[in-house]
Write a protein that binds this ligand. Structure first.
Ligand code: MN
Length: 500
């Protein structure tokens, strides 16, 4: 777990360690702008505000994101919270960094309000609005640090933010294959959303770590020796402790029987290539008897999120049961960073993707390689990537997400909320500014419809620009009813005349 308060010196060290010939000036300049802009501002934790963007930048540098992303991390709150404008950022740092900051700022409108039926829409909107996947990495790092300092927030805010992480952020990290980020976000949020359960699971884990700690480190030594003697050259062996939220979910599936869970603490072996993965598996099985039915070959058959490893569980020394996970360094990086692995800074002079607007397609392409698998198709179905292409997602002033086709107008929005609101709408506000009813809406806008309760029926001219079937049908219905009403009046009128 990273510390809560981080300094520019630390960021400097991380950058120097993780990058070859980094442009330190860029990072320093971004820091100076952030520090000046947030001058005097203090977080609820009592720390100077700038410690927050610095922590975000540190995380991004640890993930080896391109330095533009790290710089954008430093600047991610200046446009929203200070006098600095987007134009200032662009002037000093160029359009790439300015675009990143702009997108992160816009994503702030996405709030989860607890209506389950909107959760999937929220995830979609979140993804659709981040036209560039690097924006999502910044947002994750931002949210992670906010969770670390959540203790200083009022209780209702803690609850909302943590729940939003479990419902929106962590599932997206998971779909992008970012195992490390998903695990960190979930465990941080778990403590706030389900505090009792969190304490319970944590005490189980603490007990197990005390029981097994000495034994596991001896086991790791034995494994090191086994691989050395087996002639494996470059390898790493280390213990991997299961994440608390993931243990919580697994325990629920196993009727809370912790003795049935063998991967509380696992041994992870990282080797150079696929051949060695299988060699090491053979060595382990020669030395220790494997548990039947527990050998899983995710190398030949990766999981839908691209996860690859060999898993086996063996009766180790003194009959202790130990799970092993064997993988190459590449598989390890894909597991930890997922799609972000493809955007990581590479030393080999390979051109890093600076700005990739086609990341959704790229993600699809990566997943298509696994297209024969049923699980994959289900996963794709969940992602509904095709939906992004022609949908937009706008918000009500309360933050509810309304899903509309591209080209939709405030009238479509009004009918999507309620027929009466559509029938009686007279004008609209988009992001608090008055707008015509035929204005084409864009993802992320906050739309408010102004209604006139004396208005009898919609304007037939709206048919010229509405995009949704729903709006079209309702406007026609109303027009028909109006005609009938008029005829009825005429007929009623003539009846009256007769009576006279
Ligand atoms: Mn922030």
């Amino acid at each position: 777990m990273q510390p809560i308060v981080r300094t520019f010196d630390e960021l400097n060290e991380i950058v120097k360690k993780n990058y070859t010939n980094p442009d330190i000036n860029l990072i320093r300049e971004a820091y100076v702008m952030a520090e000046n802009a947030h001058q005097g501002a203090v977080r609820l934790t009592g720390h100077p505000f700038v410690s927050h963007p610095v922590a975000v930048a540190c995380k991004l540098a640890e993930m080896k994101m391109h330095l533009n992303v790290v710089a954008a991390g430093l600047l991610h709150d200046v446009v929203e919270d200070t006098g600095i404008t987007l134009a200032d950022v662009e002037k000093q740092f160029g359009s790439d960094i300015a675009n990143l900051v702009d997108s992160v700022t816009k994503l702030k409108n996405v709030r989860y309000h607890g209506a389950d039926r909107y959760v999937e829409n929220m995830r979609k909107m979140f993804l659709a609005m981040a036209s560039d996947v690097r924006v999502i990495f910044i947002k994750f790092a931002d949210r992670q640090h906010n969770l670390q300092t959540l203790y200083a927030q009022p209780k209702h805010k803690q609850e909302r933010i943590a729940r939003e992480v479990l419902e929106i952020y962590a599932p997206i990290a998971s779909r992008l294959g970012m195992g490390e980020m998903k695990g960190e976000l979930e465990d941080l949020a778990f403590a706030y959303v389900l505090p009792k359960e969190y304490e319970h699971i944590k005490s189980i884990m603490d007990t197990k770590l005390r029981e097994k700690g000495v034994y596991m480190s001896r086991n790791i030594d034995l494994t090191n020796k086994l691989l050395q003697e087996g002639g494996i050259k470059d390898f790493q062996v280390h213990g991997r402790v299961k994440r608390l939220y993931s243990l919580y979910k697994k325990l629920k599936r196993y009727n809370n029987d912790v003795t049935k869970i063998y991967d509380l603490i696992a041994v992870r072996i990282i080797v150079s290539d696929v051949e060695e993965c299988y060699m090491v598996l053979g060595m382990l099985h020669q030395k220790w008897r494997p548990l039947p039915g527990r050998i899983k070959d995710y190398v030949a058959q990766p999981k839908p999120n691209n996860y690859q490893s060999l898993h086996t569980t063996v009766f180790s020394e003194e009959g202790q049961i130990v799970e092993y996970q064997i993988r190459t360094l590449h598989m390890h990086e894909v597991d930890e960073y997922g799609i972000a692995a493809h955007w990581r800074y590479k030393d080999e002079g390979g051109k890093t993707n600076l700005r990739d607007l086609h990341w959704m397609e790229e993600l699809m392409r990566l997943q298509k390689e696994l297209a024969s698998k049923k699980e994959f198709l289900e996963n794709l179905e969940q992602m509904k990537i095709d939906v992004f292409k022609d949908r937009i997602f706008v918000l009500t002033p309360k933050g509810d997400v309304i899903d509309l086709p591209e080209g939709a107008t405030p009238v479509d929005f009004a009918y999507a909320i309620h027929t009466e609101i559509g029938n009686k709408c007279t004008s609209a506000k988009i992001n608090d500014k008055m707008a015509n009813l035929d204005t084409v809406l864009e993802s992320g806008q906050i739309v408010e419809v102004v209604t006139d309760k004396n208005r009898k029926s919609p304007n037939a001219d709206w048919l010229k620009f509405v995009k949704t079937r729903q709006a079209r049908i309702k406007i026609k219905d109303a027009a028909r009813a109006k005609t009938k009403g008029w005829l009825a009046n005429v007929i009623a009128g003539s009846e009256e005349k007769k009576r006279k």
